[in-house]
Design a protein around this ligand. Structure first.
Ligand SMILES: [Zn+2]
Length: 222
């Protein structure tokens, strides 16, 4: 019986092109539409396409339970709250596509922001970089966080090289290079192939980081 109900509803909606036959609300998903019995089953109406018509929820709600009343009803203008809203929305969509575009962009922005927050909380950053720790899925400065600024500053002192500095801090040269070029220390995170502002605390300033990048480039060039 359920299957037949569903089949009949679908057939009715299809025949009526998914448009409420009273207020002309269109809903291709069919979610806001009903197949209404013109003569109700309890009054001897048949459960067949001829006795069915597509109405939206609002128009269905106010539809009279008899054929005569219903014919009269279909002639009147009727605008339910949902219908008015949907129609206004359709109008906005058609007349102001730029507004819809902006709304979609804002939605995407919010989505991106929430993914960034997740990434920053350590859901994507699986291991905390040197100087940070992961606590309650958040990236926090670790007990040794001051060592990061020291390393960056020491690297800039004249005659300091990667080998010397790595030995001083018990790091491998490669590990040190990774630290010196890790933008996580700027409060940023890599996500989706791009660098974004994260929500964790930076450990060094942009200026310090940039100076270090310049010296790194110089050293690696030679
Ligand atoms: Zn309607």
């Amino acid at each position: 019986m359920k299957d037949r109900d569903y089949y009949l509803k679908l057939k009715t909606l299809e025949r009526d092109h998914f448009i409420c036959q009273k207020c002309k609300l269109e809903d291709k998903t069919g979610i806001k539409l009903e197949a209404h019995h013109i003569t109700p089953l309890y009054k001897g109406g048949k459960d067949e396409l001829d006795n069915l018509i597509t109405l939206c929820f609002d128009c269905h709600h106010f539809a009279p339970n008899d054929k005569e009343g219903f014919d009269e009803y279909m002639k009147e203008e009727m605008e339910g709250t949902l219908t008015v809203l949907m129609k206004s929305w359709d109008k906005v969509r058609k007349e102001h596509p730029e507004l819809i575009k902006k709304l979609n962009e804002e939605k995407n922005q919010r989505l991106k922001q929430s993914m960034l927050q997740k990434a920053s909380r350590g859901n994507i950053v699986s291991r905390a970089p040197f100087g940070y720790k992961i606590e309650n899925k958040s990236l926090l400065p670790a007990e040794n966080f001051k060592e990061i600024e020291e390393i960056f500053n020491e690297f800039l002192t004249p005659n300091m090289n990667l080998t010397q500095l790595s030995k001083k801090h018990n790091l491998s040269v490669n590990g040190l290079k990774k630290i010196l070029s890790n933008f996580t220390y700027l409060g940023k995170i890599k996500f989706d192939g791009q660098i974004h502002q994260g929500s964790h605390q930076p450990l060094i300033s942009n200026t310090l980081f940039n100076h270090v990048q310049n010296k790194l480039k110089e050293i690696l060039r030679n």
